[in-house]
Design a protein. Structure first.
Ligand SMILES: C[S@@+](CC[C@H](N)C(=O)[O-])C[C@H]1O[C@@H](n2cnc3c(N)ncnc32)[C@H](O)[C@@H]1O
Length: 199
């Protein structure tokens, strides 16, 4: 059962953990690399404003961003599927979803995101949050565009923090006539793309 105070407390706990853990981690894989809290608020507004119910997150880490998406999905009557391939992070995320009381609206997959995208039905997703292996985004674009429904929204994190790295992907999406895009200066930079046509 979801209690708003509990969810907020788990979010605050993960923010505090990330602030201490990430700068001290010697191995990059030990970092949680969570979105910023204002990005979480922004995602929450996007989910609620679009009424998104079928939501996919690529890159769970310990589930911090998922909590923001799940909180909003509770308001839209939606569900969040989130994908993480690192076992330790996937386990931790599952514990955090249970502690926050959102495990009923979150499907947490332990998998390579590419496999999940491959088997996802065409035009079945209303919102996708992309926060994983940036080098693979261009290869994933045909699958991402296939699974987004008309009017669906793609949100990519790190658009300004790693602008050079994501440039090939951003250029691909911007060149696609079926999508309208925008770069938003919140957190590490959010690149938004919405499907305007069925092409
Ligand atoms: C930036 S972190 C995600 C942070 C999370 N969205 C948050 O804000 O709390 C990226 C995560 O994506 C995972 N990842 C990277 N490539 C992946 C792939 N191909 N499939 C599944 N997970 C992947 C990494 O293990 C890492 O935990």
């Amino acid at each position: 059962m979801h209690e708003p105070g509990t969810l907020s407390a788990v979010k605050a706990e993960l923010e505090a953990f990330g602030a201490v853990n990430d700068p001290a981690a010697s191995d990059g894989r030990e970092r949680m690399l969570n979105i910023t809290p204002d990005t979480g608020e922004f995602l929450g507004v996007l989910v609620r404003a679009t009424g998104a119910r079928q939501i996919l997150e690529v890159g769970t880490s310990n589930g911090y961003s998922t909590l923001w998406l799940a909180e909003a999905a509770l308001d839209t009557g939606g569900r969040v599927t989130t994908v993480e391939w690192a076992t330790d992070k996937w386990v931790k995320a599952g514990e955090n979803f249970a502690a926050a009381g959102v495990d009923g609206v979150v499907e947490s997959l332990h998998a390579d995101a590419e496999k999940v995208l491959e088997r996802q039905d065409e035009a079945s997703l209303e919102l996708i949050f992309l926060d994983a292996d940036r080098a693979r985004y261009p290869d994933w674009w045909p699958m991402l565009r296939r699974v987004l429904c008309p009017g669906g929204l793609l949100v990519m994190d790190n658009a300004t923090s790693h602008a050079e790295e994501v440039a090939p992907f951003v250029e691909l999406v911007q060149a696609d006539p079926a999508f309208a895009t925008s770069l938003v200066s919140v957190g590490k930079g959010e690149f938004l793309a919405t499907r305007t046509a069925q092409s």
